[in-house]
Design a protein around this ligand. Structure first.
Ligand SMILES: Nc1ncnc2c1ncn2[C@@H]1O[C@H](COP(=O)(O)OP(=O)(O)OP(=O)(O)O)[C@@H](O)[C@H]1O
Ligand SMILES: [Mg+2]
Length: 222
């Protein structure tokens, strides 16, 4: 077995206006390479907080995250940025497309940041996501579901080893949702590790493991 991710005793307390909020409480789990892991839980239970910590977009209060056997929480910012660019792909809860750039440019952007132009791959991914007609459109003029599909294509442009997706199918119809779940299961079968947050129970048919999150705690689901 090849353990790609190990989260140990992870805690996150937000402090705001003198008020403390324990968003994550002693979260521990590990992930094998190529697993499709899903987190399900009510609004406010800490799902986005967890993905953001793994994505190194926010600092943990305590605990440890090993990625490919190395502690990543204590890396310097430049090393974190490198890891994000080279190894991780993200689909955020809100699509995060840049409004001033076309859909195609948005998808190509993580490659351009790496100094590579992957226009051809971007077009292939657009086609895979069924939005090839939208390549020249600007994000504010496409639908919510189309934005989500563009965001998924963007997350895949640099061939990440770990894909982190926060409710990537929230705006999609049932058929498209199933297709994305199936796509993610296929990516996982091809060796890309996928961590996804969703509210949709249907995902259980596709995921290797479903963790239920409640009140900042993780409960093994099935
Ligand atoms: N930056 C922040 N500062 C203070 N509190 C925060 C911050 N971000 C999130 N929280 C709080 O932490 C808790 C967990 O939030 P989180 O966004 O992780 O929930 P979630 O499970 O993703 O919910 P949803 O399904 O609505 O997206 C919530 O109570 C939220 O209000
Ligand atoms: Mg969330």
């Amino acid at each position: 077995m090849d353990k790609i991710l190990e989260v140990k005793n992870l805690n996150k307390t937000y402090v705001e206006g003198g008020q403390k909020l324990d968003a994550l409480r002693d979260i521990s789990f590990s992930v094998e390479r190529g697993e499709f892991i899903v987190f399900i839980g009510p609004s406010g239970s800490g799902k986005s907080t967890l993905l953001n910590l793994i994505a190194l977009l926010d600092n943990a209060t305590s605990g440890s995250i090993l990625f490919e056997g190395k502690e990543i929480l204590k890396l310097k910012e430049a090393q974190k940025a490198k890891l994000r660019l080279n190894k991780f792909g993200f689909v955020f809860q809100f699509d995060g497309l840049l409004p001033e750039f076309t859909v195609l440019e948005n998808i190509n952007m993580p490659a351009l940041i790496k100094g590579k132009n992957k226009n051809k791959r971007a077009l292939e991914l657009l086609k895979k996501m069924d939005i090839e007609d939208l390549s020249r459109k600007m994000p504010p003029s496409i639908s919510g579901g189309e934005k989500q599909r563009a965001a998924i294509a963007r997350a895949l442009i640099n061939e990440p080893v770990l894909l982190l997706a926060d409710e990537p199918t929230g705006n999609l119809d049932a058929q498209r949702k199933e297709r994305i779940f199936k796509d993610f299961a296929e990516l996982a079968a091809a060796g890309i590790t996928v961590l996804m947050v969703t509210h949709d129970d249907h995902v259980k048919n596709y995921a290797d493991k479903c963790y239920k999150i409640e009140n900042g705690k993780i409960i093994l689901h099935d």
